[in-house]
Write a protein that binds this ligand. Sequence first.
Ligand code: UDX
Length: 437
Amino acid sequence: MKIGIIGLGFVGLSLTSVLSSKGYDVIGIDVDKEKREKIINGISPFFEPELENLLKKGLKKKLKISDDFSLIKDCDFIFVTVGTPQNTDGSINLSIIKKAVTTIGEILKRSKKKPIILVKSTVIPGTMRKNVLPILEKKSNKKAGKDFGLISNPEFLQESTAIKDTKFPHVIVLGGYETEFMKKAKKLFMKLHPNVPIIITNHQTAEMIKYANNSFLATKISFINQLSNICQKIPGANVDDIAKTIGLDPRIGKLFLSAGPGYGGSCLPKDMKALINFANTTGVNPTLLNAVEQINTKQLEQIISITKKKLGNLKSKRITILGTAFKPGTDDIRDSIAIELIKKLQKRKANITIHDPKSMKNTEKIFGDKIKYAKTIADAFSKSQCVIIMTQWKQYSKINNNNIKKMEKRIIIDSRRILAEKELVADYQAIGIGNNQ
Ligand code: UDX
């Protein structure tokens, strides 16, 4: 059995590495030369725990990496894992996936195989039936369901646990027509992930499931963030105790109730915008989704307003940002709230120093020499007038009074409450804890 994977981002490269390390005959395709060269040499183009080890194992086995799409002509399964970015109006941009399936269709035309094409890329409901399927049939001059299979197979992996999530998904969704191809795909997934629930549905429902998942997670975060803002006005109230307690109610669940600076990353903000945009095109006014997004955008104002309250005019003030990655365990700064914060503080002419265990290089690509980069946590504190904790990296929970004593003004704003339990010699304000503003 041969497996082709098109697009080697977080989803594609994780799948490529997991399957090839198990000995499957995998061909990974990507058009980005720089990325390919790294992967071929066993180097991941982004930081993701465990990924490089598996990639190296795969390369020692049957894994091939190429930009030559024609190599998929012998594949039994072809996974499409290309990006679906957003247009400036928030709507989904399908140009990359359209291009990929056009090429797949052209190759199918010349192939004798009857492969199953599984689309993992996040696409708005209707895309498979209105765009992907017609392009494939037209370019291949073949019929879906007869000459090739087409299945929506949304992915739920999280960055920083991408390998674990790829190996042990909580659910498999297969959207499409109930054909022999569907049976074959189900068999593959049952073999790869015994005991994992498999939901078989139609394309449009599978497409919508992905948005339902991400928008529900975003809703939980905005809910707790709004509550955290209320808590801050109640002397002594603590949002974490509230989240912990309501999380014990099985109807609510404990995950994704951690208040903070708002959700970032390459998926949640983009998928929320795409769903809102899509809902509007259907004539449904997505009032709840709009509110979730608005709360998220406004959450950063909380941090800026506390900073201004503590420091007054921000011009020339030395402010340290701890953490620019959108969450710990990754070097990804796409749609990171910390990056937004830096931009906003720069507009107010503050002097910014940043520290992040993994994403300094990526941050430097945006800000160059306009900000300073502290090599160590100790350096980040030295002479700072205000430290703002944005990402809950484990190493930041070890911050102590020795660090704080090196500051010029001992102001700490903790958007993740990782120092909330400590006795600090600082003017400390945590997001979501009342009465110490
Ligand atoms: C998300 C979805 O979780 C995943 O299922 C989907 O496949 C891709 O998008 P990811 O982008 O890796 O995964 O990030 P996630 O872990 O969901 O975090 C998103 C943002 O929400 C981060 O900025 C994080 O800090 C924030 N967050 C998360 C909170 O502020 N509080 C929480 O309780 C959880």
